[in-house]
Write a protein that binds this ligand. Structure first.
Ligand code: DGL
Length: 264
């Protein structure tokens, strides 16, 4: 294994940076290429066929170009739809990001969990399977929150988050039948932990938030155990579509050790 071979983290936008942040804690020296499919953002409002074709096609081309040692689909929407297909076509290990229902089920005291994701994620059979496997006997309330994706993208570009967007998600969730004793939220979209403070303020201190980032980082570290890392430069942040899609992200990227955004 070439020691400068990167880990490729892929998302529709900046959400996968929440996985990147967790990964840096466990593998600080690993070279990373982060790919944001800004030309395809948002995934959550697309069809399964559109997402699967796009993600498999892009990851095939990116794997050829960058020769990563491992690919992480740092996106719940893409993973719950296309993980199996991507694993079939790539020859490198592929780690997915799926809703953290298992840890949430272990954490909840009341048994009532809110699963906040994109429209596409919350309707996936993959989520039905996770629920059946890990949350039997619990009450899982699924809610689509597409506006949080844009809010997280804006926040990372230094823009103000509109509190009405967060309040709307809270209001719709707490109005769902059975939501009275809600005590845990699964942030089932990698963008949403970027809004953790805003969500905590809106939902109040009694509601725990769970996401998969730390678990995914540990899984990647486990799969790469014993491998050598020698980055030949700063980590790379690649975007699809016009490069100005990354305008405003300069500070967030520099703080995370990325060079300037590059076009794919
Ligand atoms: N970050 C993605 C996820 O984890 C979705 C955002 C989008 O709709 O593109 O689901």
């Amino acid at each position: 294994m070439n020691p400068d071979s990167p880990i490729l983290l892929f998302d529709s936008g900046v959400g996968g940076l929440t996985v990147y942040d967790a990964l840096r804690k466990v593998l600080p020296d690993a070279p990373v290429i982060y790919a944001a499919d800004l030309a395809g953002l948002p995934y959550g409002t697309k069809t399964e066929a559109q997402i699967a074709a796009r993600v498999a096609g892009l990851l095939g081309r990116m794997t050829e170009r960058f020769s990563p040692r491992l690919v992480c689909i740092a996106c719940n929407t893409a993973s719950t739809i296309a993980l199996g297909m991507v694993r079939d076509v790539l020859e490198v290990p592929v780690v997915g990001t799926v809703p953290a229902i298992k840890p949430a089920a272990a954490l909840t005291k009341t048994g009532t969990i809110g699963l906040v994701g994109t429209e596409a994620t919350i309707r996936q059979a993959y989520v039905d399977d996770l629920e059946a496997q890990f949350a039997g006997g619990k009450h899982l309330l699924r809610i689509a929150a597409p506006a949080l994706v844009g809010a997280a993208e804006a926040k990372l570009r230094g823009e103000r988050v509109n509190p009405a967007v967060i309040a709307d998600v809270r209001d719709r969730l707490v109005a769902m039948p059975g939501a009275d004793d809600l005590d845990t939220l699964v942030l089932a979209c990698t963008h949403f932990p970027l809004l953790s403070e805003e969500l905590a303020a809106a939902f109040g201190p009694g509601i725990a938030q769970v996401d998969g980032a730390a678990g995914i980082a540990r899984r990647i570290a486990h799969l790469l155990e014993g491998q050598r890392f020698a980055a030949s430069g700063p980590n790379r942040f690649i975007v699809t579509g016009p490069l100005n899609g990354a305008a405003g992200l300069e500070a967030a990227l520099a703080a995370r050790g990325f060079g300037p955004a590059e076009a794919f």
